[in-house]
Design a protein around this ligand. Structure first.
Ligand SMILES: Cc1cc2nc3c(=O)[nH]c(=O)nc-3n(C[C@H](O)[C@H](O)[C@H](O)COP(=O)(O)O)c2cc1C
Length: 188
């Protein structure tokens, strides 16, 4: 794949918060999880578990727990990113990286995705406990986030370099040396 094609795919990934009724196939969900399994992870411990929820009632409850209805309910599927804290101290990082693979793969497949949940938020312990009870998740397995997946009912504009590239955030050699000219490079 050309560099510009890769960047185009990445720029097209936007958070989608409205989904159509069209169901995503089980095969597509399996492909998204396969994408997650290819992610880099600390010491190759692979502490991940992926819990797929495709039940509107349960999705509705998840949306309420997280305070983000209705799109969690509207989604064709929700993938809960879980990690085994006994397997790796870096499980949260590993799951975040794997989750990124999922949302990029979803974009490539014409699907929309929304990442939900911040394990560093003050109320996360309570949120996590509620999700744990709802989905029968064992104690040593932590919840990192949920990804709502479906066919998009909204089309947010792709990101652009003009909007996103930040000259003050690209340093070269030393923190004080900014690499401003890279902002003008057109990738082929
Ligand atoms: C760790 C994390 C937690 C997020 N939690 C939520 C959330 O609870 N609700 C929501 O609507 N979006 C959530 N998002 C999506 C962000 O709001 C979104 O990625 C950001 O506004 C940038 O927009 P974009 O994804 O379209 O580029 C979350 C994203 C991340 C990475």
């Amino acid at each position: 794949m050309k560099g510009s094609n890769t960047l185009k795919l990445l720029s097209k990934r936007r958070t989608v918060r409205r989904f159509t009724d069209q169901e995503v196939s089980e095969e597509q969900i399996a492909a998204l999880i396969e994408a997650a399994f290819y992610a880099p992870n600390y010491l190759n411990r692979r502490p991940w578990h992926f819990l797929v929820v495709r039940d509107k009632g349960v999705q509705n409850t998840l949306g309420s727990i997280l305070g983000v209805r209705p799109y969690v309910q509207e989604a064709s599927a929700v993938i809960v990113l879980l990690g085994d804290a006994q397997l790796s101290s870096a499980w949260q990082l590993d799951l975040a990286v794997a989750g990124e693979n999922i949302v990029i793969a979803a974009t490539a497949m014409g699907l929309g995705s929304a990442w939900v949940g911040n394990p560093h938020s003050p109320a996360w312990d309570v949120t996590e406990q509620k999700i744990r009870e709802l989905l029968d998740i064992p104690k040593h397995i932590g919840v990192l986030a949920l990804i709502a997946i479906g066919y998009p009912a909204q089309a947010p504009e792709p990101h652009t370099k003009e909007e996103r590239w930040d000259v003050s955030r690209v340093h070269y050699g030393k923190f004080s040396h900014l690499k401003g000219e890279w902002g003008n490079i057109k990738i082929k």
